[in-house]
Design a protein around this ligand. Structure first.
Ligand code: 86X
Length: 508
């Protein structure tokens, strides 16, 4: 199977590792030399992930769950503002209900996990663990929706799902159990559904760009890559320069009336006609965190965008011999109070069994955006020394306008992370017109923008022609933001008239 990060999701037992462990400092792998191993090491050393004894399952420790919660704190109120209500449906699905969806489940069937026993007793009928909740929810949509006054029905749930994947498990990116929100909505008209698809997609763009500082491309999936059960699929697509792979960041589907037919979700309109509802579904998952690690992390470890970091600034006392240690510790505590009162997430590391140097490396590994050092000189001058995680730059800031300055620097870090990531991503985008150019660009790990005839057979052909140990190329999305397509432009793969510009590449 294709190796997508050069790892099976478990860190290699390296010799270097043992040495490193004694001090707890530094990474043994470099991002640009051994990306897969680097990633595995970062997620563990930063204390985001602990490996578990079931392959493809990971423990999400407080450091990563805090990021998940910060994304939740943005997204949940936004969808509530749109009148979406939260609900919780059961983890289990009966076989008979799961089969209702059998047409498009066929391809997924090997991934469904089943409970077959309680204790030593075989269950009379095995029950499935939800891989997604259409079959769990839609029978009740059918029951709850009677007339037009019951519409729209807009529910969301925050939950876990299980997909027993066999290829290349990677923390956050591809795990057998993951956390997500899944929104499932039903409308009287297609117009309302269409509008919601884009409204949700915009929230997903904001998650990536405004919270995770990651540039994404909004667009529509091809017929081959869309959710087969739906009408059309939109997505935000990110790119990982190190592996040259696109990655779907989140999806917002218009399901059309396919599920309404399968589950008989109908309503009576004002004229007493029985009509089928129009449905959407949309989700983002803990994969967001993995994309963030891959995009921003460096050779010192994690680099957290300030908006999602559990700790935005870490205050570290630097007491030299014979210095006023108590005075320095007090200054640290009052700095935490001052910044916390201003709504910032700030902690002090006052442990006396670690040196300042050890603490610097530790919090760099964990990716804290700002380090605030307080030593004797700072104490005397009523100032602190502030060090940025993203670029290592240092500045002394007077206590007097610390709140204002720290807020400004954190905003600046976000902007700087986004710009750096966008520059790197844009460097990887290549426009091509011919198959030869496409093949070269693919080999160069590019995200390829090519004119396409939009024919399914041609995409299948592209997949077949690029098959190899790195995995085949496929369409990533057709961007909503389309460059000009001059009359007479031909498809890069078929030579037929091109209908649109589409992004192509290898992907996760
Ligand atoms: C597709 C579609 C859709 C709600 C979303 O993308 C947003 C949130 N669901 C999910 N999909 C499956 O339908 C599926 C089904 C089975 Cl049985 C499975 F084992 C895996 C699946 N993976 C994805």
């Amino acid at each position: 199977m294709a190796s997508k990060g050069g790892t099976n999701g478990k860190p290699k037992p390296g010799k270097k590792k043992e040495v490193k462990k004694e001090t707890g400092l530094g990474l043994t792998y470099k991002k640009d030399e051994n990306f897969g191993e680097w990633y595995s090491e970062v997620v563990v050393s930063s204390e985001m992930i602990e490996y578990y004894d079931i392959s493809g399952c990971y423990i999400l420790r407080p450091w990563s769950i805090a990021i998940w919660e910060n994304l939740h704190a943005f997204f949940d109120p936004e969808i509530k503002r749109m009148n979406v209500k939260n609900a919780y449906f059961p983890l289990f699905v009966s076989d008979s209900v799961l089969q209702k969806e059998k047409d498009h489940i066929e391809g997924f069937a090997p991934e469904v996990a089943w409970v077959t026993k309680s204790g030593k007793t075989e269950l009379e009928v095995p029950i499935a663990v939800r891989p997604t909740s259409e079959t769990v929810m839609y029978p009740y949509y059918s029951k709850w929706i009677r007339g037009h006054r019951d519409l729209p029905l807009r529910l969301n749930q925050w939950c876990n799902v299980v997909r027993w994947e066999f290829s290349n498990p990677t923390p956050f990116i591809r795990s057998r159990e993951f956390l997500w929100q899944e929104g499932h909505t039903a409308f009287a008209t297609k117009d309302e559904a269409d509008q919601e698809v884009l409204e949700i997609l915009e929230l997903y763009r904001r998650i990536y760009e405004e919270y995770l500082a990651i540039p994404v491309i909004k667009g529509k999936k091809s017929e081959l890559e869309k959710f087969a059960g739906g009408l059309y699929t939109t997505s935000v697509e990110a790119f990982i320069p190190n592996t040259g792979r696109g990655i779907q960041g989140a999806t917002s589907h218009c399901l059309g009336q396919n599920f309404a037919k399968m589950f008989q979700i109908t309503f009576e309109n004002e004229s007493r006609e029985k009509l089928m509802v129009w449905q959407n579904s949309w989700a983002y998952s803990t994969r967001t965190i993995g994309v963030m690690v891959m995009v921003h992390g460096d050779d010192k470890g994690l680099v957290l965008p300030p908006k999602v970091a559990a700790v935005q600034a870490i205050v570290i006392p630097v007491p030299y011999k014979d210095a006023d240690t108590q005075g320095i510790f007090n200054a640290c505590s009052s700095t935490v109070s001052l910044l916390s009162a201003a709504g910032l997430r700030v902690e002090a590391d006052l442990r006396d069994n670690y040196s300042p140097g050890w603490k610097y490396s530790h919090w760099e590994m964990k990716g804290v955006p700002l380090r605030i050092e307080i030593g004797p000189k700072d104490l005397a001058n009523k100032q602190v020394r502030v060090v940025r995680r993203d670029d290592g730059s240092k500045q002394d800031i007077a206590m007097d306008n610390l709140v204002e300055q720290v807020k400004k620097i954190l905003e600046n870090i976000h902007e700087s992370l986004f710009n750096k990531a966008k520059e790197k991503r844009d460097d990887c985008i290549q426009k091509v017109h011919t198959w030869d150019e496409f093949a070269v660009a693919l080999n160069d790990k590019k995200m390829i923008l090519a004119p396409w005839c939009d024919e399914e057979e041609v995409e299948k052909d592209v997949k077949a022609r690029t098959k190899g140990e790195m995995g085949a190329a496929k369409s990533l999305c057709t961007p909503f933001d389309q460059p000009e397509l001059p009359e007479g432009t031909l498809c890069f793969a078929s030579g037929k008239p091109a209908k649109k510009w589409t992004y192509w590449g290898r992907s996760y």
